[in-house]
Unconditional design. Structure first.
Ligand SMILES: [Zn+2]
Length: 153
């Protein structure tokens, strides 16, 4: 049987519940998952039997807080895919980064910017965002200029 993340670390700091099994996440070094360290992560104490984890804020007021909700492999892939196509929108200068986030907030009908992180999204929302972004990139249905003035001014 696998040694769990909890057995390997003692899991002194406990965090939000794992959405898959309900156990409180623990703060550990990411080398548990990646074999080498990329900083800390919040992970299900039953990892690898329960394959759920999420990264942390690396600095600032929320340092070491979870970046979003714990995700299993499927959700991690969906978030990565959605993030990549979303980032293409601002990396190719179709919108500036801040404008792209406001656009995401609007199309995803999310009220607060802070709730609009891809790391918080569930599989359905990731898929929805992915489709919106692909559509945007293909058709430019929202033309540059629409947000040239900050819509929240
Ligand atoms: Zn779990």
């Amino acid at each position: 049987m696998n040694r769990t993340a909890f057995e390997m670390t003692g899991g002194l700091k406990t965090g939000p519940p794992c959405p898959y099994c309900g156990e409180s996440a623990i703060l550990v070094d990411s080398s548990i998952v990646y074999g080498q360290s990329y900083g800390l992560i919040w992970i299900c104490p039953s990892y690898p039997d329960c394959d759920a984890y999420v990264g942390v804020h690396k600095s600032g007021e929320y340092m070491n807080y979870p970046l979003g909700s714990l995700a299993d492999k499927e959700l991690r892939e969906l978030r990565k895919k959605a993030h990549s196509v979303f980032d293409t929108i601002w990396k190719t200068s179709r919108l500036e980064r801040g404008q792209a986030y406001r656009w995401m907030q609007e199309i995803m009908k999310i009220d607060h910017v802070l709730d609009c992180h891809i790391a918080e999204m569930n599989p359905k929302q990731c898929q929805e965002l992915y489709e919106h972004c692909v559509n945007y990139l293909q058709t430019k249905e929202v033309t540059r200029g629409r947000y040239d003035k900050d819509p929240f001014e």
